[in-house]
Design a protein around this ligand. Structure first.
Ligand code: DAT
Ligand code: MG
Length: 151
């Protein structure tokens, strides 16, 4: 329904490159509702947990080290089909395969510097939201969008 949630995170490279506002604005303008957000540097152990499904990949240590190298912007966004749409708005994992118009397709080139994370399923979204946010950090509010975003 319209209450589906996804976990979106601007990576250290996205923060360094001054893309925080642009990325947030794309989700806002689309009509999705911001439910939670932080700006903070997290330790490697936390990132290792976040990327636990990739633990056997050769790039896992480097990835977790980079992700803990500076502040990130973890967020929760809510709305109809937001998990799938969030992935579509991000573009392909490899920016050279991301279409122009997507976040990765507009702003980056290298796989290891693809500036933004998005959950790949409702199940992983729920796990990621629980890892990054306490329940009390998820805001309960209604947007004044009324009947103008959803029919
Ligand atoms: P995504 O971030 O699109 O969900 P993923 O979950 O497969 O992609 O991988 C997580 C991140 O790890 C990805 O955003 C960039 C990095 N990565 C993925 N595949 C890689 C590879 N073959 N070499 C180096 N880094 C890689
Ligand atoms: Mg992934």
């Amino acid at each position: 329904g319209n209450q589906e949630r996804t976990f979106i995170m601007i990576k250290p490279d996205g923060v360094q490159r001054g893309l925080v506002g642009d990325i947030i604005q794309r989700f806002e303008k689309r009509g999705y509702k911001l439910v939670a957000m932080k700006f903070k540097q997290f330790d490697e152990a936390h990132l290792k947990q976040h990327y636990i499904d990739l633990a056997d990949k050769p790039f896992y240590p480097k990835l977790c080290k980079f992700m803990s190298s500076g502040p990130v912007v973890p967020m929760v966004w809510e709305g109809k089909d937001v998990v799938k749409m969030g992935r579509a708005m991000l573009g392909a994992t490899n920016p050279l395969q991301s279409n122009p118009g997507t976040i990765r397709g507009d702003f980056c080139i290298d796989l290891g510097r693809n500036i933004c994370h998005g959950s790949d399923s409702v199940d992983s979204a729920n796990k990621e939201i629980a890892l990054w946010f306490d329940k009390t950090e998820l805001a309960s509010w209604s947007m004044c969008t009324g009947d103008n975003v959803y029919e």
